[in-house]
Write a protein that binds this ligand. Structure first.
Ligand code: PLP
Length: 449
């Protein structure tokens, strides 16, 4: 590089290795990963780690799958990029058709992007645009109601609907001011002693209904929630009947229901879509992670008839778009991953061995004095650690319990990868780890976990 050196670095001797990556944690040492094979990660320092979390619930068919590699290579050689303003590819068409057909008629179009956050941004904009396409339009419907202790992505719009206190804190005031939040459905910490599921659902419904009334029901565009809360709470499903009640309130006020299945969807909880287990369908759902199983950056949204019909009858344009939307290689990877899941009947494995994982986690850890709660569905399990089991008092954030457990897991003695949670419980960090193995693990893998 021509020109003078930066004055601060000119005379300093360069250290042997200094990362140029803007890592999340600048003071932490990161372990170079050299290979990922089957369900193991091989590190440059020789360690071989069993991947019990598939990254952050991303890996679902294991690593190094040749079929997916071949599908991606074939697509890259045939047409590596597609400018989606004029063109489409068979890979994109087939992937979207497969996704739409998997919803039993509830969804009518799919939209493919690169990350879960982008999928959420697209979902929020599609919901807003929907109300403008109606005849007559409803331009006042600009508000979103979401839930505390949820996570919907890292971009500013997704962060604004999210309730992840730690990830929002430094960016307040957030750009989107049209969001308000209600309590999540969180049995372990939210349900009162002796309260039945029905009473708990009624209490949460009243809170949501009151929030619609407070902000003005005619100003609400959508209610946004994760069917099983991932990163912010650690695999928390709702109690039976909760989503039916939520759907009824949205319908009563004419608002849309957006379900964020980026983490809990695409088979992670034992059905392809987590909402199938709730007996309701959303108007828009986001997907990601297990969609492409980590082989390419790929996520997306599915939109129901009501939304698509309005846009088709209206301007017929979704005013949104990314340079890399519907990326051919990403679509080819996702399509192959989904074919493998279907051909190998991996969701049956998630359901069967999910029951074993649940039982074994509870048997081994349920009585531990610092394990407060073990919850989840399928291959999506969270373990919450507490300082006091009787009062459920959390550890202080500076104790870093979840992170320490994850780091300990990487030591030679255990060699297992689990994922730390960074949720918050009433503003205090709640320590949990996430166990989300690939869909093809065996019962002996479950024993190892
Ligand atoms: N929504 C949920 C439920 C998530 O768990 C995540 C990521 O963890 C996102 C959205 C954002 O996805 P991405 O990290 O791919 O942008």
């Amino acid at each position: 590089v021509q020109g003078p050196a930066h004055p601060e670095t000119a005379d300093e001797a360069k250290p042997a290795f200094q990362s140029a990556v803007l890592h999340r944690h600048l003071a932490t040492e990161f372990f170079p990963l050299t290979r990922a094979e089957g369900n193991y990660l091989l590190l440059e320092d020789g360690r071989k780690i069993f991947d019990a979390s598939g990254g952050a619930a991303v890996g679902c068919i294991g690593w190094g799958n040749k079929r997916v590699a071949e599908a991606v290579t074939k697509q890259v050689l045939a047409a590596p990029y597609c400018a989606t303003i004029f063109y489409t590819t068979r890979a994109q068409e087939e992937l979207c058709r497969t996704l739409v057909d998997s919803t039993n008629g509830h969804m009518s179009r799919a939209y493919i992007v690169n990350s879960g956050s982008e999928a959420m941004e697209a979902a929020l904009k599609l919901a807003r645009q929907y109300f403008l396409e109606l005849d007559p339009p409803q331009p006042d419907r600009v508000r979103f109601i979401s839930r505390k202790q949820s996570y919907h992505g890292i971009t500013l719009g997704a962060l604004a609907v999210g309730g992840h206190v730690y990830r929002r804190a430094k960016f307040e005031p957030l750009l989107m001011k049209t969001v308000s939040q209600v309590s999540p459905c969180f049995e372990y910490r939210g349900k009162k002693p002796n309260e039945s599921d029905e009473e708990y659902v009624n209490r949460l419904s009243e809170e949501l209904d009151a929030e619609f009334q407070r902000v003005g029901p005619e100003t609400v565009c959508a209610f946004v929630a994760e069917p099983v809360v991932g990163a912010a709470l650690g695999c928390v499903p709702s109690v039976r009947g909760y989503f039916k009640a939520v759907r009824a309130i949205c319908d009563k006020y004419g608002a849309l229901l957006i379900l964020d299945e980026v983490m809990c969807g695409m088979g992670r909880t034992g059905t392809l879509h987590a909402w199938e287990q709730e007996g309701v369908a959303p108007d828009i759902q986001t997907i990601g992670k297990a969609l492409g199983g980590g082989y390419q950056p790929v996520a997306g949204l599915l939109a129901g008839r009501r939304v698509i019909d309005a846009i088709e009858k209206g301007t017929s344009v979704f005013v949104h778009g990314h340079t890399y939307q519907g990326h051919p290689a990403a679509c080819a990877a996702a399509l192959e991953v989904q074919r493998i899941i279907q051909e190998e009947e991996l969701l049956a494995n998630v359901r069967n061995l999910g029951a074993l994982l649940s039982r074994r986690l509870k048997e081994e850890l349920g009585d531990h004095p610092n394990v407060g709660n073990i919850r989840g569905r399928g291959f999506f399990w969270g373990i919450e650690f507490v300082a006091d089991k009787t009062t459920a008092a959390p550890f202080p954030p500076e104790a870093h319990v979840a992170m320490d457990i994850c780091e300990l897991g990487l030591a030679d003695e255990y060699s297992i990868n689990v994922y730390p949670g960074t949720g918050t419980v009433d503003g205090v960090q709640g320590d949990h780890i996430i166990i989300s193995p690939p869909f093809n693990v065996t019962s002996s893998d479950i024993e190892l976990i």
